[in-house]
Design a binder for this molecule. Sequence first.
Ligand SMILES: [Fe+2]
Length: 186
Amino acid sequence: MSRLRIYADDRPDQALATWTVPNDIARELDACGVRFEQWQASAPIEPGASQEAVIAAYRDDIDRLMAEHGYRSVDVVSIRPDHPDRAAMRAKFRNEHVHGEDEVRFFVAGAGLFTLHVEDKVYEVLCEQGALIRVPGGTRHWFDMSESPYFVAIRLFTNPDGWVARFTGEDIATRFPDLSPDDIPA
Ligand SMILES: [Fe+2]
């Protein structure tokens, strides 16, 4: 089950609010310009399914978002707990950064933790199976996949070559929770 926790940016020890119902998560995130949706597959996805089969199962929602925001490409990424580069992959986006373009992820399986820093609040979004998150370009955020990562995610891009991170140099991410392996569905 996905989960949103909201903190004051100087109080990582105590959440101000916790939401687990998708409509509540969507409403709270919409207030800071972040889209959250819960998607259903149009057909069962078998383990080991091809990228094409994964994308086909969510085609209608993907097409809707692409039309609405002008995204031009879509791909599927996956990582498992035994991935040899998992530590380096984890480290890459674990500090606060921004992108010039939107970061759009749909979780087909597993989980990931997006943490957004908007004004004086921190929005910690645990994204599990069925969760779509759209982080607008320019939003301060970081991403954790845990020490034992597992997810399959569809990514939408305006321009994959332009999707680079600019780090803010802030160390705020070190003070807020990481993704616990206990929060990753088997
Ligand atoms: Fe990012």
